[in-house]
Design a protein around this ligand. Sequence first.
Ligand SMILES: Cc1cc2nc3c(=O)[nH]c(=O)nc-3n(C[C@H](O)[C@H](O)[C@H](O)COP(=O)(O)OP(=O)(O)OC[C@H]3O[C@@H](n4cnc5c(N)ncnc54)[C@H](O)[C@@H]3O)c2cc1C
Length: 441
Amino acid sequence: MILVHGAGIDQQRHYRCVGIGVGPANLSLAALMHGHPELTNIFVDKKETFGWHDGQQMPNTTIQVSMLKDLVTLSQPTNQFSFLAYLHESGRLYHYLNAQFDAVPRQEFRNYMEWASQKNENIVFGQEVLSVEFSDLFRVRLSGGTLTADNVVIGVGVRPWVPPQVTAYLGDRQFHVSDFLTKADGLGGLRVGVVGGGQSGAEAFLDLISRTGPDMPRRVVWISRRPNYLPLDDSPFTNDYYMPGYSDYFASLDAVTRKAFNARHLLTSDGISEATLRLIYQRIYTHRFINGYTDLVALYPNRQVSRVARAPAGAWHLTLTHNEHPGVAESAELDVVVWATGFAPAPTDFLHPLNARLEREGDEYKIDNSFAIQWDGPPDHNIFIQNAARGQRGLADPNLSLNAWRSQRILDRLRGVRTEHHLDSFIEWMTKPAGAKLQGA
Ligand SMILES: Cc1cc2nc3c(=O)[nH]c(=O)nc-3n(C[C@H](O)[C@H](O)[C@H](O)COP(=O)(O)OP(=O)(O)OC[C@H]3O[C@@H](n4cnc5c(N)ncnc54)[C@H](O)[C@@H]3O)c2cc1C
C-alpha cells in the first residue's frame, strides 16, 4: 500500500477506473465519480502537490470562460465540487459577489481546483505513471507500485512548445512563458522580447510593460506571426462551437473539413481577451504620451522569427521575416526572449506496450463518441483520453468549456447509462436527410 497525504493507493485492490494525470480534465471526472462509490477509482499525478499552470499565474490574470464552466456545474449543478460550493465552504461567497470580478481570477480558479483535489480522497499526488499494459485487465505501473483496473482515463494535458531551433538556447535568458514567474525577474534596464500573439504572450507583454522604477525594462518588443494582436471571439453564436451538440456534429465531419474549420476559427479559443488588449493599449498610451517613455514598446505583428543566433555580450540576434514582405529580413537584438509559442500534447509514452493495438488518426489516438481510444481489446475495458483530440472534437477539446460534459459522457459509458440533458442549439448544424424539407422553408 502506498500512502500519500493520508490517502492511499491499495495495490491489493482492483479499480474500475484509474485516472492518469490530475489537471482540470481528470479532476472533473474524479469529482463526478465521487458520487458513485460503486465505481472504485483512483487518480494519480506525478506532481508532488496540485498545480495549474503555476508558472503563468501573473497578477491580475483571469480565466477566459464563465465561472459556470467549472469542474462539474454544466453536467451536475448540485455536485459538491462546484466553484460555488468552494466559495460557500470557504465562507467567501458574499465577498466574491461584492468583488464584482468581470472574470474569475486565474489564481482563485487554481485554488478552487486545489481544494477539489484535497477534498477528494481518490486523488493521489507524487505518482508518475510509467507504463500501461493489458492482459484481461489493465496493469498501471507507477513510480511507487502497480495498480490493476478495468478502465484507464488519460488526462495528461499539454507541455510547453518552442520552435525546434530555440531548444538549444533555453535557459535563464530564453525561456518558455510557462516559466515566466520564476525566470522573468531582474529584467530592469534590459531589452526583452516576447514572441507569440496569443493570450499567454499578451499577459507576459502586459506584465513587462507594467513594471516600474528599477524593474522597468529598457525596451519591450512583441513579435507575433498573426497579422495583428487579435481578440478572442466570445460572441453568442460563436460560442455554439463550445456546446456539446457542436462537438458531436464536428466529430461527424470528414478530416479535411475538420482541419480547415479549426484553422479558420482558431481565434474563438486562442485569441486575446478584449480586457487584456485594452489594458495593453492603455498602458502604451500612458508610457508614450503621459510619461514620455517614447521608445519603451515596439510592436511587430505579421512576422515570423526565422533565425536565432548569439550576439555579443550575451545578447540574442533574432531575424524576422515579414509575412507580406518576405524578401525583407528585419532583425532585433534582445537580452532576454520569452517564447509564448504555445503548448503541445504531453507525451503518452506509458502507452508504449499497447501502441500496436491502438488506432490513430493523424497524430491523435482515434476516439469514439465516449472519448475511448478505439482498440482491439474487449469492449468493457477501455482507455479514455481527455484533451487530446482537437482534430476530432474541435477547438473546444483543450478548453474548459466542455470539461464537465466530457467527463459525464465518460462516466455514463462506465455506468452504461445516458444522462445528458440539454436542448438542441438554435442553429441547425446538421443537414436534413436528402429530400427533407427545412422547417419553415
Ligand atoms: C496559462 C493557461 C491558462 C489557461 N486558461 C484557460 C481558461 O481560462 N479557459 C479555458 O477554457 N482554458 C484555459 N486553458 C486551457 C486548458 O484549460 C488548460 O490547459 C487545462 O489545464 C487542461 O487541462 P488538462 O487536465 O487536460 O491538463 P493539465 O492541466 O496539463 O494537467 C495534466 C496533468 O497530468 C500530469 N501528468 C502528465 N504525465 C503524467 C504521468 N505520466 N503520470 C502522472 N501524471 C502525469 C501532469 O503533472 C499534470 O498535472 C489555459 C491554459 C494555459 C496554459
